[in-house]
Write a protein that binds this ligand. Structure first.
Ligand code: NAD
Length: 511
């Protein structure tokens, strides 16, 4: 049994928890609207808890629809009359790059904040700061390179296109990567001149507030990025608000459906980044160390609470596959579990509810006949953190409930296959299509799987490109609509205007 030290045991918070002047956790964390920190109009607050200990971490203002109205009005004012969409694109780009610099300058505080609020290992907190900074840097660099086209309709018609900002973007994000998501949706929207209202999850509201405060410090005009932590009521109010021009939603399928319906009622486009049940397809010829590293990294990062997690291990029958499974189980049993900020391999789940849900999925799988190969229970740790062991189950077929349902925890389901045709069929036998991972030393097998798997990303002999900000990311099937990240991610925030100018034919000497 390993004890978990808790510096967050009692309020008031200890000195090492004061994150920085931009977020003093002993104060109520207000909403961030029009460049100011303001309480909710209702005066309501909620407590964000440290999932490693179940102790209060911060008291946060709870936005409702009236606060969403205020935030949308601020973003609308900044879009219609403020400097942001009107300034030179290069100047917008410079400010986004300055935000990246500000984030990196505060990496220690931000990484700690993310680790405490989400429970993730501190190293992942640092990685999330860097990824968020890279979004601002990447899209800052693109801001002045968004060129239109000229179209050769006829000599007397000068026809050209302009990419204009779509307007006010409403962004609703989940609990698992709040800082990354703030950059992922925020930076491309801001780069093209949009303004943003962002609603974080009440389970992890802190880092988006910190990023917004730092962005203001870096020179982002007031009202351009507004943050309103709240629950489903605030989310629904934002998704269906008549004052927004576009919605970016990241979260579960059922919530995504209701967000898409609300957006449709206002005839505004929605990007939907939803769930996944991504396969790691491992052929018997795969390099053992690389495959095991990749399988573990893709399922156990962030305690399995990653949309693109490789949750299904499709393993080829035979000695190669057996060896990979043996090493995988051995190494999984050695993973350290504990408080994220203590530098462990695996932190807690986000909430007791989520931990209980994961536990009940595992229990149901075992009673349905799954074989438990590792983990499967709450670890024996002191304290009330929401921990669950890294778990490996083997099922006979992909039709098992655990192979079809998004668990959103550190649970890997092993499914056997023999042939490449069978592997492709099992990989595609899911309602989702977000990511896929293939491990093989046979280039033909790798390319065949890349072509046959229906998902937004296929990774062969690598797993961590999901954090790569340069590449498009998004789902096939129920994993969503549209793409974020990369140059493709800009399309959601621009609309194309065609301008056609008739030139008198006599001026062209054509008569
Ligand atoms: P969720 O759907 O419960 O919540 C997502 C967000 O929607 C939260 O901010 C929540 O407060 C808000 N919300 C809740 N009800 C709403 C409503 N009726 N209208 C508008 N907003 C509402 O998801 P979650 O539990 O926070 O996150 C886990 C899910 O997110 C998983 O399914 C995971 O796969 C998915 N996810 C997808 C991606 C991706 O890029 N595809 C990334 C991360 C997470």
């Amino acid at each position: 049994m390993s004890a978990i030290e808790s510096p967050v045991a009692n309020l008031p918070l200890s000195a090492d928890q004061q994150i920085d002047v931009f977020l003093d956790l002993s104060e109520v964390q207000n909403l961030f609207i029009a460049g100011e920190s303001v309480p909710a109009l209702s005066g309501e607050t909620f407590v964000s808890r440290d999932p490693s200990t179940d102790h209060p971490l911060a008291t946060v203002a709870l936005a409702d629809s009236a606060d969403v109205d205020r935030a949308v009005a601020a973003a609308r004012e900044a879009f219609q009359h403020g400097p942001w969409p009107r300034m030179r694109a290069a100047e917008r780009g410079r400010i986004l790059v300055a935000i990246a610099t500000e984030l990196r300058a505060n990496a220690d505080a931000l990484a700690r904040l993310e680790s405490l609020d989400v429970g993730k290992p501190l190293a992942q907190g640092y990685a999330d700061v860097e990824t968020c900074a890279r979004y601002f840097e990447f899209y800052g660099g693109i801001a002045d390179k968004l060129v239109g086209t000229t179209i050769p309709v006829a000599p007397h018609l000068l026809d050209y296109t302009v990419k204009e900002p779509i307007g006010v973007s409403g962004q609703i994000i989940p609990f698992n990567y709040p800082m990354q998501n703030t950059g992922r949706g925020g930076a491309p929207a801001l780069a093209v001149g949009c303004t943003v209202v962002l609603k974080p999850s009440p389970e992890s509201p802190l880092s988006p507030l910190a990023v917004a405060a730092l962005a203001l410090r870096a020179g982002l005009p007031a009202g351009v990025l507004n943050v309103v932590p709240g629950g489903p009521a605030a989310g629904a109010a934002l998704a269906g608000h008549p004052g927004i021009d576009q919605v970016t939603f990241t979260g579960s399928v059922p919530t995504g459906v209701s967000v898409a319906q609300a957006a449709a009622a206002n005839v505004v486009p929605a990007v939907l980044e939803l769930g996944g049940k991504s396969p790691s397809v491992v052929f018997g010829d795969a390099d053992v160390d690389r495959a095991v590293n990749g399988i573990m990294g893709s399922i156990f990062s962030n305690a399995g609470q990653t949309c693109s997690a490789g949750t299904r291990l499709l393993l080829q029958r035979g000695p190669g596959g057996d060896r990979i499974l043996e090493v995988l189980i051995e190494r999984t049993k050695k993973l350290s579990i504990g408080r994220g900020i203590d530098g462990v391999d695996l932190g807690p789940l986000i909430s007791a509810r989520q931990r209980d849900k994961v536990e009940s999925f595992v229990d149901a799988a075992v009673s349905e006949g799954a074989e438990l190969l590792s983990g499967g229970s709450r670890p024996d740790l002191d304290g009330d953190g929401y921990f669950f062991e890294p778990t490996i189950l083997r099922v006979a077929s992909n039709s098992a409930t655990i192979a079809q349902t998004e668990v959103f925890g550190p649970v890997l389901t092993v499914i056997p296959f023999d042939t490449i045709d069978e592997a492709a069929a099992i990989a595609n036998d899911t309602q989702y299509g977000l990511s896929a991972y293939v491990w093989t030393t046979n280039i033909d097998a790798g390319l065949a799987m890349a072509s046959r798997i229906r998902s937004g990303q296929v990774n062969v002999n690598t797993y961590n490109v999901g954090t790569g900000i340069e590449i498009p990311f998004g789902g096939f099937k129920k994993s969503g609509w549209g793409r974020e990240k990369g140059i493709e991610g800009l399309a959601s925030y621009t609309q194309v205007k065609n301008v056609c100018i008739g030139i008198g034919e006599e001026y062209l000497g054509m008569q």
